[in-house]
Design a protein around this ligand. Structure first.
Ligand SMILES: [Fe+2]
Length: 316
C-alpha cells in the first residue's frame, strides 16, 4: 500500500499512513517517506506499534544517528544510546524531582530546532510517544520555509549572508536558568547561516531557534531584537500547528525547515515519556559509527553538568 499523506496546513505538515513501520522498509518506501518529508516538513504517524528497536531501525534509513554519551557508573533508562530521553522521568521511571533536570527541560518549551547549537546540524528528529499526560503536552511546529517566502524583499536581502551564533546555554538562560553571559561566551557556540536552501525541496528556509543568541556583524541588542522578531514571524498561526499525542504516535520533523516547541502540561504530577532519535545532516543511511559524539563533547566541557539523557543514579 503506498504512503498516504493528509495535509494539516495547506503547505505544511501531513498525517501519514499506509506503511508498516515495525518492519524493514524497502528503498522505494524510504523514498516515499523522504519525499513526504521534503514536501511537508513534518509527518505525523498514528498508532505505529513501534518498539524502541523498531524506532532505531526505522531511523537508520535516514542517516547517522547521534548517540547519548554513556558514562561509567551511571544507569540509563533507555536501552539504546541512539534514544534521547525527552521525558520528565528519572532513571527509575518516576517523575523527576531534580531541579537541574526540570530547569533544563524548560528550554524545550521555547521555539527551537534540535541541535542548532552544534556544528553538525540535525536533519530529522523522530519522536515516539510511550506515555502521555491526560491533558496538554502537545508539540507545536512552525514552517520556516513559508515564513521565509512571506518576508518582505528588503528583509530577505538583509538576511541573505547573515550568520547566527547558537548556544545551548543561551536557550536555557532564556528559559530562566541562572547562567551569566560570560559563562555562555566561554562555552562552545555554533555558527549557522540564518537563511539556507533546504536541500530536499530547493526552497529557502530560515534557520533560527531559541539557541540563536547573536547575529554576526550586528550590534548585540539589535541582533537579539531581530532574532526575536523573526521567531515571532515564523510562529504566527498561519505557519503553525500542534500535534496532540497518543501512545504509539510518532512524528518526524526536518529541523532544517521547521521549528518546534513542547507545550505545557502538569509535569510535576503527570508522566510524559517521549523518546527521540536524531539524524545528522548529510550522512548516509545505516552508518553505525562516525567516530565522534558532539553531544558528549559539548556536555563534557560544560562547567555545570546537566545531562538530561543520563538520569543520575539515585543518591548521586
Ligand atoms: Fe526539541
Amino acid at each position: 500500500m503506498p504512503l498516504k499523506a493528509e495535509p494539516i496546513l495547506p503547505r505544511f505538515g501531513a498525517e501519514c499512513s499506509g506503511l508498516d513501520l515495525t518492519r524493514p522498509l524497502s528503498a522505494e518506501e524510504v523514498k516515499q517517506v523522504t519525499d513526504a518529508m521534503d514536501k511537508w516538513g513534518v509527518t505525523v504517524w498514528r498508532n505505529t506499534g513501534m518498539s524502541d528497536a523498531d524506532h532505531v531501525e526505522f531511523s537508520r534509513n535516514f542517516g547517522y544517528l547521534e548517540k547519548v554519551m554513556r558514562r561509567e557508573g551511571v544507569k540509563y533508562r533507555l536501552p539504546f544510546p541512539q534514544l534521547f530521553d525527552a521525558s520528565n522521568l528519572n532513571v527509575e521511571g518516576e517523575i523527576t524531582k531534580d531541579p537541574g533536570a526540570i530547569q533544563y527541560r524548560k528550554g524545550d518549551r521555547l521555539w527551537h530546532t534540535d541541535s542548532a547549537f552544534l556544528e553538525k546540524r540535525t536533519s530529522y528528529s523522530i519522536l515516539l510517544a510511550h506515555q502521555v499526560p491526560s491533558k496538554g503536552g502537545n508539540t507545536g511546529f512552525a514552517d520556516t520555509r513559508s515564513a521565509y517566502d512571506d518576508l518582505p524583499q528588503d528583509m530577505k536581502d538583509f538576511l541573505e549572508d547573515k550568520i547566527g551564533v547558537n548556544s545551548l546555554w543561551w536557550s536555557r538562560k532564556m528559559a530562566g536558568a541562572d547562567i551569566p553571559e560570560e559563562e555562555i561566551d566561554a562555552r562552545f557556540k555554533a555558527r549557522h547561516p540564518l537563511v539556507h536552501v533546504h536541500r530536499g525541496s530547493g526552497r529557502k528556509a530560515l534557520f533560527i531557534a531559541a539557541h540563536t543568541m547573536d547575529i554576526e556583524g550586528m550590534d548585540k541588542a539589535e541582533g537579539r531584537k531581530l532574532i526575536k522578531e523573526l521567531i515571532e514571524h515564523c510562529t504566527q498561526p498561519q505557519y503553525t500547528f500542534e500535534v496532540s499525542w497518543n501512545v504509539g504516535d510518532m512524528v518526524i520533523w526536518d529541523n532544517l525547515c521547521t521549528m518546534h516547541h513542547g507545550c505545557e502540561f502538569d509535569y510535576e504530577n503527570e508522566k510524559r515519556d517521549m523518546r527521540r532519535t536524531t539524524v545528522r545532516e548529510g550522512t548516509e543511511p545505516h552508518t553505525m559509527d562516525m567516530g565522534d559524539d558532539p553531544y558528549g563533547d559539548l556536555f563534557s566541557k560544560s562547567p555545570k553538568l546537566v545531562d538530561i539523557n543520563a538520569a543520575r543514579v539515585a543518591g548521586r
